[in-house]
Structure formats: C-alpha cells, structure tokens
Ligand binder design. Sequence first.
Ligand code: ACO
Length: 434
Amino acid sequence: MPKPLTLTDPETGHKVDLPVLEPTYGTPVIDITGVPRELGFFTHDPGFMSTSACRSNVTFIDGDEGILLYRGYPIEQLAEKSSFLEVCYLLIHGELPTTSEWEAFQNDIRSRTMVHEGLRTIITGYRRGSHPMAMMVGLVGALSGFYHDALDVNDPVHRMRCIRQLVAKMPTIAADTHKWGAGQPFMHPDNAYGFVENFMRMMFGVPAEPYEADPVAARALELMMILHADHEQNASTSTVRLCGSSGTNPFAAIAAGIATLWGPAHGGANEAVIRMLSGIGSRGDIPRFIDRVKDRESGVRLMGFGHRVYKSYDPRASIIRDACHELLSNLEGTEREQPMFESALELERIARSDDYFIERNLYPNVDFYSGIILSALGFPLNMFTVIFAVARTVGWITQWNEMIGDAEDFRIGRPRQLYLGHARRDYVPTGERS
Ligand code: ACO
C-alpha cells in the first residue's frame, strides 16, 4: 500500500491523511472523500481532467503509450482474432466464453433481435428527414415503455435481461431509422445470418431480393464495432453512469449516452471528418487548411485529431488506417473514398511534422479514418454516429451494470460547484427597478 498524502490547511493547521489507491495499471489515485469533512473544502476540476469517479474492472487505456485493453485483453488481439459478439460477452461477463457459454449467449441474443411493432409505429411519427441520432435518442428511451416489467435495477436477473435486449436490438433499431429516412420498408432480422451480417442485411437489404453480405465488408464492419465497443470513462459513458446513478432504468440511461455521443467533440466527429475532407477540396489545398486550423481565431479544428486521454497515437486509429488500406484495395465501388483516404493520409503526414500538432500531442483519433471505412461500406453520413452508438452500447451497459453492482461505491452522482454569482439580494418590484 502506498503511503497516504497529507493535506494541511495553512490557516488552521488542520491536517487530513488522504489514502492513495493503487490501480492495476496507470496513475495512482488520491481518495479525497475525507477533504470536505475534515478540512471543509471541495475540490475543483472542470471537465474532470484529474478526477477518477469510479472503480472499474472493464477497460484500461494508457494514453501515453497508446494501450487499450478490454478486460485485460489488448485491442490489437481482439481486433484480429475475436468477433464483435464475443467481445460483447467478454465485456458483459468479464471473461471470454467457453464453448457452451458462447452457444447459449448467441442463442439468447438471436432470440431478442426483433423489436416490438409499436416501436416502428413511433418511428413513423418522425419527420422523414430527421437525423437518425435524433430518432435513436427517442427510440432507445422508449424501450423502457416496452419492457417495463423487467426494470428493477436492483435485480441482477432483470439487469442481465435489459443488457441482452439492448445488445440484440440496437442493430435492428439503427437499421429502422435508416429505412425510415430512405423511404424503404423496415427489414425484420433474419437470425440465420451472423450478428454483423444481419445488421448489414437490415441496413442495405430489401424484401424484394435476397441479400448476401460481402465478407470483406462484413469483416471491416465487425472490426469497427470491436474497436468502438468500450473506452472507459469518456463523456457518454460517464453520462450513462451519472444518469443511471439515480436508479433510472437502463434504457433511459443509454438514451442519455446516445445524446452525449452525438456531439461533434465526441462520436459526431466521424461525420465531421468526412464533411471536413469533402470541404478541403484537392490535396493542394491541404496546407492552407492546416494554416486555418492553427489560427485560433478561425475556430477551425482538425476533426479526428486530438484526444483527452491519448497523447500518442490512438491504437484504434492505426488499426483502422490499416483496415482502410485493405478495404479500399479489396472492395469494389470505393472510387469516392480513395481520394478522401489519400487526403486523410496527407493531412496526417503534414500535421505530424508540424510543431503546432507535435507540441500539443495531437494525433489521429478513432474517428479520423473510421468515416472513410463506413462510407466505403455504403453507410450514409448521417448513420456514422449511429454505428458508433450501436457498438458502444455494450460498453455503456457494462459500465452501468458494474456501477449498480458496486456495493461499496454506488450512490447518486452529485458534483459540487464553485458559486461565483450574486450575493444574497432582495426582490425589487418591476416598476422600482432601475
Ligand atoms: N485541431 C486543432 N487544435 C486542437 C485540436 C484539433 N483537433 N484538438 C486540440 N487542439 C488544441 C487546442 O486548441 C488546444 O490548444 P491551446 O493549448 O493552444 O489552447 C490544445 O490542443 C488542447 O486542446 P483541448 O481542447 O484543451 O483538449 P481536450 O483534451 O480538452 O480535447 C478533444 C480533446 C475534444 C477530442 C479535442 O482534441 C477536439 O476537439 N478534437 C477534434 C474533435 C474530435 O476528433 N473528437 C473525437 C474525439 S475521440 C471520441 O470522442 C471518440
């Protein structure tokens, strides 16, 4: 056990010993829970830059070394050898499944892929041009109305049922939002297909024709989903935890996570990268664009670059960049994505040799190349963040389940504030105000 740190109030001389908690990996954490009680101070940490808000056994990131582990397994190994559904099992249950566990899990997920027809009625109430993320926020929250008999968050059996419902139904709901916008009939899941192939069929298939997923495309989507499955306490995951900490049902908490993910500083960045690449024009325009990014007055950011935790190369970005190379050389009909990929590589090359980006440790993040893959797979731009949400749902719900099951630390999340507003003052009637 590391020695506690001692904090002293210089005014009063009062001291408090702050235990230092030792993680498996990473930066040790000072337990400050005794500070308000012993010294009468809160701590101030905008953006939670320095604060650990929970104990977690799920995912580890080393942002300096570019390491990402799910339940201890390196992301590179899972990306190469595992499947998205197996990663779901790993995240939810903490271990890779045995043969019988794997069979049972797949069967259980298969049995839950359909959605209530009432959910589809809700979709038809959305305006045709609605952003699919707007529909996702509403529809996933609405699931709580359909499964209200299994929402006791204190019952582990109810929790596991909700977890599996979410994993199984997210691809169906996501595909439905696309079909509504495209004016095509909703596709029912066909459980003869694998999990990812079924998703592709519901997205790109039509009832009039048989659908066969291109194996190269299916593997690329599988990879994307594995890489997006969890990322410890990011903004959307922390939102799910905070929302769920009130004891609300998991569907409502995941809807809050989806809302958070939508923002361009988070999951919306993959969409923003494609808009940026399309807006830059030819490769010759890249240096001028980089100059605008470096000009703080312009407000332009190099989307898909920079990360709160990674101060080196995001390991997911390098896997996706390699996958991009492979996909674009093996998949037909990617003429539109080829020049985008070349522009992205050139942007990265210039940015990586430019002092502005070097000094600030700005490297490509997961979103820099992922939009190009999704575009090559045929996903429309407005579905990019939805794909992210489908994949991240397992991470959100695993973290939510971990929080609820944590007997020692589980309590409602309630940050404090540094109040800098008016001192107390008296109400003045309208006519007497100056
Ligand atoms: N382009 C240009 N400059 C940048 C960028 C960028 N993409 N990212 C950070 N910077 C600069 C900032 O202007 C700041 O410069 P300064 O020190 O001169 O003021 C410095 O780098 C630090 O930036 P912060 O915004 O303080 O870093 P923070 O850790 O808070 O933000 C974030 C991380 C939000 C991801 C940021 O890098 C960003 O906006 N990136 C673009 C959006 C993006 O790709 N988001 C996806 C993130 S991954 C994910 O959520 C899945």
